[in-house]
Design a protein around this ligand. Structure first.
Ligand code: MG
Length: 270
């Protein structure tokens, strides 16, 4: 019986019915056209990624453990065993940067001294005073928009993935520089995205201006490119493996000429 039923399946009439039923599917697949945006893109440049936080091939290395020659004021800090330790005053990069991706690793002092803002305090500054807070926030309560990973006095971190004091921690900070017009007016605010120990703690957060201790945030016009600054706040915070990448802005689409004409025609009609 089973053999008979198999044979029946191959009867011409049965096959014809199946074919008719499958026709819409076959025709649909045949008629589907791939959508293409018509936008002309340039090929993204190849970058060799680093391993375990090592700089990618297009990064500018700011501290590889040997010296702080690329930092103004770097002679004030102690450099030993591949580590730079904050002391005496803050230091700033000699090269200036606009929008960028910064990687660095830091560690609060092994021995806990002080509390709140007085424990493992340092900071990473962009623009003309936009601080991503560095603090020992392991079981060290303070105001939330001043703890480690905060955009100081503006945005607390989403979560607190801080490690114990003495342990190395990593920052990956994407800074979108603000834009100012010809008369110094703010055209576009700054934005920050920050990962602390690989965890997102700031996600495209709009900055309201300078992150001051004693004043509300306001913008003051400044050049697009500024030094990146590491704060000395009386605590011997250690740093290592600091690098920055400048190619962080999305490619602007280039429309083909014929499409631009169409857009122009459309515009003229209105
Ligand atoms: Mg600070």
């Amino acid at each position: 019986m089973k053999l008979l039923s198999k044979v029946k399946l191959f009867r011409p009439s049965v096959m014809a019915v199946c074919l008719v039923m499958a026709l819409p599917v076959i025709a649909g697949a045949w008629l589907v056209e791939e959508w293409k945006s018509q936008v002309v893109w340039t090929e993204p440049p190849k970058v060799e990624p680093g391993i375990n936080g090592a700089p990618p091939s297009d990064a500018i290395v700011l501290f590889d453990g040997s010296n702080l020659d690329q930092w103004s004021g770097g002679e004030a800090w102690k450099v030993a065993d591949g580590v730079a330790t904050a002391q005496k005053k803050g230091i700033g990069t000699r090269q200036k940067f606009g929008s960028c991706q910064l990687h660095l690793e830091f560690a609060a002092p092994d021995e806990i001294e002080g509390e709140g803002q007085g424990r493992g305090n340092s900071g990473v500054f962009f623009g003309n005073g936009y601080e991503v807070q560095v603090l020992d926030s392991w079981e060290n309560p303070t105001y939330f928009d001043g703890q480690c990973g905060a955009l100081y006095k503006q945005s607390p971190p989403i979560v607190n993935p801080c490690r114990k004091p003495g342990q190395w921690q990593s920052y990956d900070i994407i800074y979108d520089a603000p834009k100012f017009g010809a008369y110094g007016e703010l055209v576009r605010p700054a934005y920050f995205t920050v990962l602390l120990n690989g965890v997102v703690i700031q996600n495209h957060v709009e900055l309201k201006g300078r992150t001051l201790y004693n004043k509300p945030p306001t913008y003051e016009p400044h050049p697009e490119k500024t030094a990146i600054y590491l704060q000395f706040h009386k605590d011997a915070v250690r740093y290592r493996n600091i690098w920055v990448r400048e190619n962080v802005s999305a490619q602007q689409p280039q429309l083909p000429q014929e499409y631009r004409w169409k857009v122009g025609d459309f515009g003229d009609e209105n």
